[in-house]
Design a protein around this ligand. Sequence first.
Ligand code: SF4
Length: 401
Amino acid sequence: MSEPTSLYFHIPFCRHRCSYCDFNTYAGLDGLISEYMAALRREAAWAGQAAGVRLQTHTIFLGGGTPSLIPAGELAALLETCRKYFDVLPDAEITLEANPGTVTLDSLSALRQAGFNRISLGMQSANAVDLMLLERQHDTLDVIRAVEWARRSGFDNLNLDLIYGLPAQPLERWQATLKTAMDLQPEHFSLYALSIEHGTPFRHWLERGLVSAPDDDLAADMFEWACERLEAAGYGHYEISNWGRYSGDGMLACRHNLQYWRNLPYLGLGAGAHGYVNGVRTANLRGVRAYIQNMNTGRAADFPAGTAVESALPIDRWTAMQEHLMVGLRLLDEGVSNQTFQQRFGASLEQAFPHQIAHLQEVSLLEWAGSNHDILRLTRRGWLLGNQVFSEFVDLEETEV
Ligand code: SF4
């Protein structure tokens, strides 16, 4: 593996399950945190050694769940393990997802000292009714405090997550949320339209008629409004749901997520974590107890399939080509480079997907861009219809290229 890799650690603990959440996370298992973190360190140590070479690592991301529920000392120990078994580059981006209300000035200072340099805060809304509907465990004051403490602790790279398109959320309420969030001047925004997933309380409420279905047209207006406001405020819209602030050195994108969208390697460690290394997609066991037990007693298969692996699927060339487009087209300006695609797969984009590309160009959802017309990307109209575009590149019958 020549390109630097990324490490994703999954922290599956939360104080409470939010009404819309379908992530692999659990409330009421805090008693297992210490054992879980020990297992995670063991998995990281194993992966670092089993890779055969010391893997250069340029991003580390602790997501969840609520990583900020874990004591700072445990998180610092995990980073130490990473440094011991991986070649963590000096300018590596090291992110911790945090929930407002679960951090203090002391915990953030300790995390900054340990080497974390980016915090992603789950703000979601600045409105008490929205937060109640989402069953979030914080209020706006918690967010303001968390941002201030993060700044005082030396974090100069902050992301705020927000959700729009909630049932009965008028446009003005979303506008007020975004304005409040912008006043906090984060370096990065992730804005997601609410998606109501099966098995969540939200879905149940919807089915019983207790909440109305989100209004897609209104959600599109909210998205458009956010695009305009953020652009005017100096944020670059680089991925469908993500904006980074321009500074002297360019735009502060999330380098870890760029690794996914560029279809580059990452190790997924922890319960339910997914990875993609050496052309193999891995998925770990989802349960916290099952993960710990396997890490304590099991035997690892061949790298990258670890001790707690549930599946390890080699990705053939044709599937990899489709996946490359599905993730790469999320990048709005960067899109998918024909040259990179050709170097990687030995065929051009138009050789691989002639009909799909022609059709999507005809309906003005895809365009060629760049000085050599080498970049395939979504049109502005395509930004809102991304899922329709991506679905054109799923499960295609293999053509000879
Ligand atoms: S805090 Fe995040 S991960 Fe935890 S339940 Fe809520 S949405 Fe899910």
